[in-house]
Design a protein around this ligand. Sequence first.
Ligand code: CO8
Length: 265
Amino acid sequence: MTELGTFKNVLLSNDDGIATLTINRPKSLNALNSATLEDIGKALDVVKSHADDVKILVITGSGEKSFVAGADISQMQSMNSIEAANLSKLAHNSFEKIENLPQFTIAAINGYTLGGGLELASSCDIRVATNKAKFGQPEVTLGIIPGFGGTQRLTRLVGRGKAKEMIAMGTMIDAEEAFRIGLIEEIVEPENLVPKVKEIAKQIMKNGLIAVGMAKYVIDRGADLPLDVAIDFETQLWAETFATKDQKEGMSAFLEKRAANFQNK
Ligand code: CO8
């Protein structure tokens, strides 16, 4: 295990190609204040710059109770509209960095995932949660709307009706319901969270990671384009994979009946 950087509210380590970014404010249930959002942004820059030795990024929360219980209400309470816009932009900046990372990202969800926490998890490529986790967009209970992408990313994950229901009710759903509506991809006992995330990460790492990164990119970018334009975009990236050594290796390995040894080149 190697530490990749030191930040006030975020831990960042790398274990054999699997980096873990831990939001570390357990006394506030890992609530996101400006300093934490800035730390997340800096930590993501480090992850991007370590693309040679970091293959997968796991994002999680410190402690057993919470992934992230939302934006920090004590900071937001006295903010004016300009300060609110700035906080929202800070979060957008970090969450867009997550989506644009070349590495595949997994949210390892260990508890309350509320407001900005659900918006953070929704920015990851997939979500693995314990059966104790609880999810919600409770912003309207505070007199505001989701401001870190929740009206858009949650809608793209679960559909308009379910997103509107969750946002308008402001109540929490449990992990079973989150799984049923497609908000999380896996549900596990708490003791199996880390093993399950590692199992998924290791399976992905066996594959051509340039191809994994391209697939993630075209899925995300293509989702907002008309189908014919998105299909053209897929064709372009598909063709580009034939310029990689990984394509030669993957197909040779298949024909030679051996495991592929991808170099990510
Ligand atoms: N912000 C600040 N502090 C928090 C937050 C938060 N979001 N959540 C919990 N805490 C703090 C509590 O104040 C408490 O601190 P202290 O010990 O000093 O009193 C500590 O964490 C432990 O919390 P509780 O005692 O409340 O623990 P419980 O087990 O009783 O309850 C809950 C856990 C249900 C998670 C409860 O803490 C809760 O409801 N938290 C708030 C959840 C919430 O409303 N989140 C959404 C916030 S809004 C948001 O995220 C909007 C994002 C977009 C904003 C855009 C702005 C520009």
